[in-house]
Design a protein around this ligand. Structure first.
Ligand code: HEM
Length: 220
C-alpha cells in the first residue's frame, strides 16, 4: 500500500503507535494501572490534566464554527467541568489554590497555546491525541479505577462520557472526519508530527508527576 492509499486515520494510528506505547508505559501510568498510586498522586494527575485541558478547550471554542475543523469540536467531549468536579471532590473547595503546573505541564500548555489557535492541523493533532485516547485507553483506566481503587463516579467523572454511550461508534465517526479532510501532504505530515509531539509532551507530564511524587514507580 502506498502512503496515498492509506486513510489519514489509519496513517495517524500506525505512525504514532510507537509513541503511544512509550507513553502508556510511563512508570507513573504503569503504577496507576497496577493500583500503586495513592489518592494524592491520582488527584495530582487530574490537576495537571485540568491545566492542559483548559487550554485545549479554549482552542476548541475558538474553532467551533470553523467549516473544516469545527466538526471535531463536540460538547460531548468537553472535560473541564468533569475535572473541576473530580478535583473538588478529591481535594476540597480550595483545589485551585494548590494547583501549580509542573514544568512539563507548562511546556505542554505553552505548546497548545502557541500552535492550536492558529494552525488547524495542530489543533486537530492535540484534540485527537487526548480525546481519542480518553475514549480508548481512558476507558481501560476507568475500569481499573473502579475495580482497584473503588471509584465509580465521584472522582472519576473525567473518564465518564455520559454523552458518548458507544465510544466505538463515536471514534469511528471521528476517524471519518479525519478521512474527509482535504489536506495536502505537507499539512498531513504536520498533523502526524504534532501528534507525535503531543504524545511526548504527555509522557513528560507523567514523568514529572512520577518525579514529583513519592510513588513507588518501580513496583514492589
Ligand atoms: C493506561 C494507558 C493506556 C492504555 C491501556 C491505552 C490503550 C489504548 C488502546 C487499546 C487503544 C486502541 C483503541 C482502538 O483501536 O479503538 C488506544 C488508542 C489510543 N490511545 Fe491509548 N492507551 C493508554 C494511554 C494513552 C494516553 C496517555 C494517550 C494520549 C496521551 C493515548 C492516546 C491514544 C489515542 C490517540 C488512541 C487512538 C488511536 C487511533 O485509533 O487512531 N492513550 N489506546
Amino acid at each position: 500500500m502506498t502512503r496515498s492509499d492509506e486513510s489519514l486515520s489509519a496513517r495517524l494510528k500506525s505512525v504514532t503507535w510507537d509513541e503511544h506505547d512509550r507513553t502508556n508505559s510511563a512508570p507513573f501510568i504503569v503504577a496507576l494501572m497496577d493500583g500503586r498510586l495513592d489518592r494524592d498522586a491520582y488527584a495530582a494527575l487530574l490537576g495537571q490534566s485540568y491545566l492542559f485541558y483548559r487550554e485545549l478547550e479554549r482552542a476548541g471554542d475558538a474553532w467551533r464554527s470553523d467549516p473544516v475543523v469545527g466538526p471535531f469540536v463536540s460538547d460531548a467531549l468537553v472535560r473541564g467541568p468533569a475535572l473541576e468536579a473530580d478535583l473538588a471532590w478529591l481535594r476540597g473547595d480550595g483545589w485551585r489554590d494548590e494547583l501549580v503546573p509542573l514544568p512539563a505541564t507548562q511546556r505542554y500548555t505553552d505548546r497548545i497555546r502557541a500552535v492550536c489557535f492558529d494552525s488547524p492541523s495542530a489543533f486537530v493533532a492535540h484534540h485527537y491525541t487526548r480525546y481519542l485516547g480518553d475514549l480508548s485507553g481512558g476507558q481501560i483506566v476507568r475500569s481499573k479505577l473502579r475495580n482497584i481503587y473503588g471509584l465509580t463516579s465521584d472522582g472519576v467523572r473525567f473518564y465518564l462520557f455520559d454523552q458518548v454511550p458507544k465510544p466505538k461508534v463515536f471514534k469511528d465517526g471521528y476517524r471519518g472526519l479525519l478521512d474527509e479532510l482535504r489536506w495536502d501532504e505537507p499539512e498531513r505530515a504536520d498533523l502526524v508530527a504534532e501528534v507525535n509531539l503531543a504524545f511526548r509532551l504527555n509522557r513528560a507530564v507523567f514523568d514529572d508527576l512520577g518525579d514529583a511524587l513519592e510513588v513507588d514507580l518501580a513496583g514492589s
